[in-house]
Design a protein around this ligand. Structure first.
Ligand SMILES: [Zn+2]
Length: 213
């Protein structure tokens, strides 16, 4: 059963942050880091990961929609997670195909993060050799883009403000929408709807259960 195996992956996966951003002065992990780290577990548990991309056009902007799917090859059950990344219209020194590539790997990473329950905040990193001074944490938060308006794929509304998560981490609108596929207002609404419905699992999970063959 894929859920049992997903639990094992989520509780034992350690994906190192082997990439370094010299402008923001922080370590981070990319899609490849996550896949490399998860491969031994896939083999051990008899599951496969399949990642696919779609380009979605909403409100005059292109989004890359990435789907990460975990399939149990013993019984065919599966679970998937979706993430969005917006195409940047004007990134200097990049041509169209490269922009798609960058957005694609961004969306893929967040699809995997969601699936495997990986915390991707820049400043709670335990693997970067104890170099996380308060100063660096502040820098990481500061480096979060501020004037980055993102259109919500769900309601079409604009999301401008950075969001402070329960953990105290500040994330940009872009990152928020990539993680949840919707703006903070939609997320809040969804939460309230779920509460009102009194359901013990999210609608997404029910969809996935229905898909299981
Ligand atoms: Zn919205």
């Amino acid at each position: 059963m894929v859920y049992k195996k997903l639990l094992q992956i989520q509780t034992s996966l350690k994906a190192p942050k082997s990439q370094y951003n010299k402008f923001g002065n922080y370590n981070y992990r990319n899609c490849e880091d996550i896949l490399e780290a998860v491969k031994p577990l896939l083999k051990e548990l008899n599951v496969v990961v399949v990642i696919t991309d779609d380009i979605v056009f909403l409100e005059g902007r292109f989004y890359v929609k990435a789907t990460a799917k975990l399939i149990d090859i013993e019984d065919g059950t599966s679970i998937e997670n979706v993430a969005f990344a917006r195409e940047e219209e004007s990134k200097t020194k990049m041509d169209g195909s490269q922009i798609t590539g960058a957005s694609s790997s961004y969306a893929r990473k967040y699809a995997l993060n969601g699936l495997f329950a990986i915390d991707d905040t820049r400043d709670s990193d335990t693997t970067n050799k104890g170099e996380n001074s308060d100063k660096k944490q502040k820098q990481a938060i500061k480096s979060t883009p501020r004037n980055n308006t993102v259109v919500c794929p769900k309601c079409g509304g604009e999301m401008k403000e950075n969001i402070t998560m329960k953990t105290g981490n500040v994330i940009s609108p872009e990152e928020f929408i990539s993680r949840y596929g919707m703006c903070d207002k939609c997320k809040k609404k969804e939460k309230e709807n779920l509460k009102n419905a009194g359901s013990d699992c999210s609608r997404e999970n029910k969809d996935v259960i229905q898909k299981v063959s």
